[in-house]
Design a protein around this ligand. Structure first.
Ligand code: SF4
Ligand code: SF4
Ligand code: SF4
Length: 168
């Protein structure tokens, strides 16, 4: 079938090969509840950590910008039913191959930053200790991501039986 006018076959295939990137959301926000977001920006303005932003699909959390302290100000400021009060994050953090230890550089910044002690350093012979995130303990606060000098920690979807949050 020919591609639509104005869309090359290459770009069409590229688009098919690349799913939309995962976007982390603030605590208590799911895909279902996000549909109620009008983009008013009240939560963005209310966040004392300045880690929220507006995106075309609704409010997003920027892990690189700082730590969520679960203050609840975003939920309290929202005039719609977007936030489930006290709800968890729909994501956990994951460390990529960009971590400095893979280049032989010792670093424990993420371990030191984690308020949940969810990051353990795995000893290795002849190489720097390797950071490992216990996703069961990870709250998705992003303190580790904000502290990482290598920009190596990103948010990924939380695998959970709580369907509403899993889909966030
Ligand atoms: S809970 Fe507080 S720190 Fe976390 S995103 Fe909401 S307003 Fe920001
Ligand atoms: S996002 Fe998870 S691993 Fe990172 S600092 Fe927070 S609780 Fe620890
Ligand atoms: S802070 Fe970043 S570079 Fe340092 S150990 Fe953690 S993931 Fe690796």
């Amino acid at each position: 079938m020919p591609a639509s006018p104005g869309i090359s076959r290459r770009n069409l295939l590229r688009g098919m090969a690349r799913p939309a990137p995962f976007l982390p959301r603030p605590p208590g926000v799911s895909v279902a509840s996000l549909a109620a977001c009008t983009g008013c920006g009240a939560c963005v303005d209310a966040c004392p950590q300045a880690i929220l932003a507006l995106a075309p699909g609704g409010v997003v959390l920027r892990p690189e910008a700082g730590e969520c302290v679960f203050c609840g100000d975003c939920a309290a400021s929202c005039p719609e039913e977007v936030f489930l009060p006290g709800g968890p994050m729909g994501h956990v953090m994951q460390i990529s191959a960009d971590c400095f230890v893979h280049a032989g550089i010792a670093c424990m910044s993420c371990r030191d930053a984690c308020p949940e002690q969810a990051i353990a350093m795995q000893p290795r012979i002849g190489a720097p200790f390797l950071p490992r995130i216990d996703t069961a303990s990870c709250t998705g606060c992003a303190a580790c991501s904000a502290s990482c000098p290598a920009d190596a920690i990103m948010a990924v979807k939380r695998e959970t039986e709580e369907r509403e949050v899993e889909d966030a």
